[in-house]
Ligand binder design. Sequence first.
Ligand code: DHB
Ligand code: FE
Length: 266
Amino acid sequence: ETTPRMRTVMTALIQHVHDFAREVNLTTEEWLAGVAMLNWAGQMSNDKRNEGQLVCDVIGLESLVDDITYREASKADKPPTSSAILGPFWRADAPIRENGTTITFNTPKDAVVAYMHGQVTSAETGKPLANATVDVWQASTNGLYEQQDDDQIDCNLRGKFVTDAEGRYSFYCLRPTPYPIPFDGPAGKLLKLMDRHEYRPAHIHLIVESEGHRSLTTQIFDKDSKYLEDDSVFAVKDGLTVEFKPRKGDTQAEWDLEYNVTLAKK
Ligand code: DHB
Ligand code: FE
């Protein structure tokens, strides 16, 4: 379906691509190399691998779109929790789990478990939001999300939690670890070309939704992680780093992470 907005966007894109070609005096070989890169990304992509998005991410495009999207919300008197990029590994069909349960099923030997919990409130009023959904996902210690890894059970390290009457959620998860993004395709080739590494700092992904409020897609980063300054996909922002604290008297978890979220009204 053609809309006026689509026309505006595509017209600007074509103009900028022409300007780019003129600016660098693009040669036939270089243009063909670009075409091959696009085709390669398409051929590599399937339901476990989203290479097109990965390419956008290493050039900072998803992060820029996220900044543009959050800009308006950040102007509010009481800005909501900062957003961050979705990344390629979210799944729409993650199961709803009970608060206080775990998302780590076939836990690797080197795993370190954390208890993550917090409250979802309205940014404007500070009131708790009951029945909000907290959708979380994270990679295992081998750097793989479950859909990339035949050794993990389906929906390992992901799940949706529904907040209680006080807006609270809780679950056991892994204390996340840094890992490389898939490096064997065009995204990896681009990184190499720019002398950049493929690592991401330790993070947990979240989507928080509550009726009448703007949906929040974000990531939280372990403040002690490597690569906070040079995330390969530019997702780290102020206000998204969190502190894991030692957890006492819980045989199930070594670390405690309190993470509260505020959402803006629609
Ligand atoms: C990307 C994001 C992630 O969260 C991740 O784990 C790997 C890659 C990305 O934005 O490309
Ligand atoms: Fe991730």
